[in-house]
Design a binder for this molecule. Structure first.
Ligand code: NAD
Ligand code: 0WE
Length: 264
């Protein structure tokens, strides 16, 4: 099925490795009209380069930590594009120095900022764009297994993702009667900008490859395929769902013994 005639906006493309770019490529390929939001001038240049073949795409500057920025983007989008058939939230942030070591030391300001940018922003964005949505519109967020199981070092982001997933369910309940769907994709680890500099990330990718039933790392293209399903009319019966796109990793508790340290 094609996305022709559908219009929407994607938050969170930073560069060509972004999960959101994997989603954007698929939607553009299927004929959707896609607008983008970026956080700061530096990322606008990155988007301009990626969208050379789509010069008519609308771009909006938006730091989601301020409500007024979100309201302004929704207003501009309403004037320039109009309807919103899909909205993608692919944004996460926490102070990097608390994404290593113990969770216990996390200060309140670090906790609240992670919650604000990574979870609450989905509420603000959905509220701001809801007047432009109609029956069949679809909202999608990106999450990670660290919300439900401990992943060493994920810490405050795990708590924020748990909130994000609960937000998906409450928004799906609120908007369901109007035929608007809200879902999330729980992606396996992907080597993106947001993963750069995370301690042991390379080992995390390696462990995933050894243990996941599909024996490969998740790619933005894998996520793009599932996102296309969730944003298109193919998924008209699906809402409030957290869909894993992780090669099956989340279903395994003891994987191949060869994957573990021989020193055990
Ligand atoms: P990325 O760095 O490409 O994308 C993160 C985006 O968040 C960037 O575009 C950045 O500009 C944006 N952002 C951060 N703070 C913001 C703010 N205040 N206002 C507006 N935008 C802001 O990395 P990614 O890995 O593609 O991350 C996208 C989403 O996928 C995130 O929600 C992340 O938690 C989730 N996710 C990532 C992985 C992974 O391993 N990379 C796995 C599962 C889920
Ligand atoms: O959600 C994410 C990325 C989260 C993230 C990453 C950064 C790095 C740069 C949030 N905030 C920041 N802040 C920065 O300054 N992922 C799912 C990827 C990820 O991050 C981890 C992981 C995985 C997987 C951190 C620790 C352990 C595992």
């Amino acid at each position: 099925m094609s996305m022709k005639g559908k219009k929407g906006i994607i938050f969170g493309v930073a560069n060509d490795r972004s999960i959101a770019w994997g989603i954007a490529k698929k939607l553009l390929e299927e004929g959707a009209e896609v607008a983008f939001s970026y956080n700061g001038e530096r990322l606008k240049r990155s988007l301009d380069k990626l969208l050379q073949n789509h010069p008519s795409s609308k771009l909006y500057d938006c730091d989601v930590s301020a409500e007024e920025n979100i309201l302004k983007v929704a207003e501009q989008y309403k004037a320039e594009v109009g309807q919103c058939d899909f909205l993608v939230h692919s944004i996460g942030f926490a102070d990097k120095s608390y994404l290593e070591g113990a969770f216990l030391p996390t200060p309140k300001d670090v906790f609240l900022q992670a919650m604000d940018i990574s979870a609450y922003s989905l509420v603000s964005l959905t509220r701001a764009f809801k007047p432009l949505m109609t029956k069949g519109s679809s909202v999608l967020a990106l999450t990670y297994l660290g919300s439900e199981k401990v992943v060493q070092n994920y810490n405050v982001m795990g708590v924020a993702k748990a909130a994000l997933e609960a937000i998906v369910r409450y928004l799906a309940y609120d908007l369901g009667p109007e035929g608007i769907r809200v879902n999330a994709i729980s992606a396996g680890p992907v080597n993106t900008l947001a993963a750069r500099g995370i301690s042991d990330f390379t080992d995390l990718l390696k462990i995933h490859r050894k243990i996941a039933p599909l024996r490969e790392n998740t790619t933005p293209e894998h996520v793009g395929g599932a996102a296309y399903f969730l944003l298109s009319d193919l998924s008209f019966g699906v809402t409030s769902e957290i869909m894993y796109v992780d090669g099956g990793y989340n279903t395994v508790t003891v994987g191949p013994i060869s994957a573990y340290d021989k020193e055990l």
